[in-house]
Design a protein around this ligand. Sequence first.
Ligand SMILES: Cc1cc2nc3c(=O)[nH]c(=O)nc-3n(C[C@H](O)[C@H](O)[C@H](O)COP(=O)(O)OP(=O)(O)OC[C@H]3O[C@@H](n4cnc5c(N)ncnc54)[C@H](O)[C@@H]3O)c2cc1C
Length: 391
Amino acid sequence: MNFDFDAETEDMRDMVVRFARRELDPPRDFASLDDDGADFRRRWRLAGKQGLVGTTVPDEHGGSGLDAVAAAAAMEALGYGCSDTGFAFSVAAHLFAGVMPVVEFGTEAQKKEWLPALASGEAIAAHAVTEPEAGSDALRLRTRARRQGDTYVLNGTKCFTTNAPVADLFVVQAATAPEGGFFGLTTFLVRAGTPGLTVGRPYDKVGLRGSPTADVHLEDCVVPAESVLGTEGSGAGVFSASMKWERTCLFAAYLGAMRRVLESTVEHARQREQFGTPIGGFQAVSHRIVDMLGRYEAARLLLYRAAQALADGTADEIGPALAKVAVSEAAVQLGLDAVQLRGALGVLDGEAELLLRDALPARIFSGTNEIQKNNVARALGLGARRPRRRR
Ligand SMILES: Cc1cc2nc3c(=O)[nH]c(=O)nc-3n(C[C@H](O)[C@H](O)[C@H](O)COP(=O)(O)OP(=O)(O)OC[C@H]3O[C@@H](n4cnc5c(N)ncnc54)[C@H](O)[C@@H]3O)c2cc1C
């Protein structure tokens, strides 16, 4: 067991932190940007030049070929250096839910067509699964894909699609066999601008405001049969694989954000004096900080253990789910504690309340924490038994 990064990964982390502080701060609200998202794209291209939006793309397709541990380290550094957690979240959603499915399931032609642009920052990806009637019950999609000769015709509405307002590539999950359950879904690569695909207005969210989110409407949207990612009926498999990446590596951005707020909270407790002494001298304050540190460290260990399993090809259902729950719950609690320890300053616009707002959605996206616990329980053989029929 070795808990240290190698020298190369440490250098990469320093580089990412310096870049993020220089180019990505301060946080921006997407909703307040001009509609074309020009500033978002400008910062995205800068992140692309640093290799940040293509960390896990193989070298031969223009990426850095990092494994899950190094990719998590890069995301953690981005979350630490960039106080705009929304932007870091958008990068992670692009990479782990949009790009990784193409890396893992794409044909050579699909990889050649998309990966170099997605890795360089020229193109942005979005993964559209959730629908107004299908959230946690993600296998029961109403979006339909009907085969018509050499094409498929897509109809349906997606909601809460991260990056939709700026996306060039939509990874869309649709039902090809509506009653087919796990094998009834198929994944499609749909280029932005395809007739029949339209994107709604960016949402006005309480957290992750730097990350653009919107509905995606598909109305008789015709795509060639070569747009299928994987094979017809393998959509749920593609989705599950991408969720393993997301539940592990995406959440590393929150580790970085937690570390940043933890450090500034310790500094505040050292500097702020009441009753003639730094408030950090009061046990109620210092113990709260120690609990913050403990939660952060425990969540970090779970996340890197899941990342190592992903890198080794041994990831199961349990590791990523536990990491996701631990990081998101720790982030919310750390946000609450950081606000409390700043007193009235905590409710002013600042990094403590920002962490809290940015952490709230983390318990929901990538499958809610309740669903993660259901998944772990199932993996432990704790499924509910159907009641026996009385004779
Ligand atoms: C910021 C943000 C970004 C997102 N980005 C994307 C994206 O890029 N692409 C995408 O497709 N989706 C995205 N989502 C959507 C996200 O995946 C869904 O919100 C999530 O899966 C939950 O679905 P829901 O909101 O419909 O909640 P519901 O499924 O309606 O759940 C409501 C509540 O009921 C609970 N619940 C439901 N079923 C059960 C059960 N069986 N057992 C116990 N509790 C249960 C849930 O845990 C939750 O507390 C995003 C969401 C957010 C907030």
